[in-house]
Design a protein around this ligand. Sequence first.
Ligand code: MTE
Length: 315
Amino acid sequence: MLIKRPGDIKPSEITPQGIYARRRELIKSAGLLAVAGVAGIGTGPATAQTGAKLPAIRKSSLSTTEKPNSFKDITSYNNYYEFGTDKSDPAENARALKVRPWSVVVEGEVKKPRAFGIEDLLKFSLEERIYRMRCVEAWSMVIPWVGFEFNQIAKQVEPTSKAKFVEFVTAYQTDTMNGVRMPILNWPYTEGLRIDEAMHPLTILSVGLYDQMLPNQSGAPVRLVVPWKYGFKSGKSIVRIRFVEKQPKTAWESAAPQEYGFYSNVNPDVDHPRWSQKTEKRLPSFFANRKTEMFNGYADQVASLYAGMDLKKLY
Ligand code: MTE
């Protein structure tokens, strides 16, 4: 196994190698980067909502007392592959994302399927949740999200007894997302949770960061946040939520099942096949000198969800 300092983990490594090689080929042979440039991607319609202040927000007892990262740290080092694989790409390219009008369709095994406009989502009682977030690439940040518990959505649509999992489907805008021209993942990016994970009070839908509407690179206008799992479970720019009977296939599982499982709980005892998960660097530090905690430090709240499961097999 290759154990690297997290700072050395490049997109070529986080991305399954075969897929990355294919992508480089494509870029070279089709001159796709040039096409993206000609299309003016990155200079699309600016989003009026970016930077807009959110109204008074309640504080939550579920927040960590650790010091949050700065707004700049949180919004300049991102993963949002639809806008490129470098950490600085989303801040630049996601400006083009069209975030209005926006609605989230909630369907499947529910008694009352419906679409929630972003205006409806902003009417939920919003609170600040300061969460530790741990990326599978072994870096972490502390992020003051603003949002509401996912279970509030569930209450409105009334899942049936057949609903065992929840699938989250994210936006696929071919005219604004330069990254979806590359077959890095099966677009649209999808994620999934078991229903009890989704209903857990720590699982939120976030619409803001600090006291502002969510910036595009952070997953505007609405994203999932699941703080005890690796960051990739927290799908950005959600457009569809399906309550389903069978465990859905997630984007990363489809791309590299040997590297990314369905559960993806933060676990220092289960290494990624290509690097250790025992420690992490807390950005903006360069040093991976923090011990990673089981369930990212949320074990007291969530360990019972996994009682009796072999987490080395169900990673
Ligand atoms: N959601 C979408 N739609 N596309 C992505 O590429 N990347 C995931 C997740 N959600 C991703 C996504 C990964 S790998 C991580 S670590 C987190 O978003 C990063 O969130 P952040 O940039 O807000 O820190």
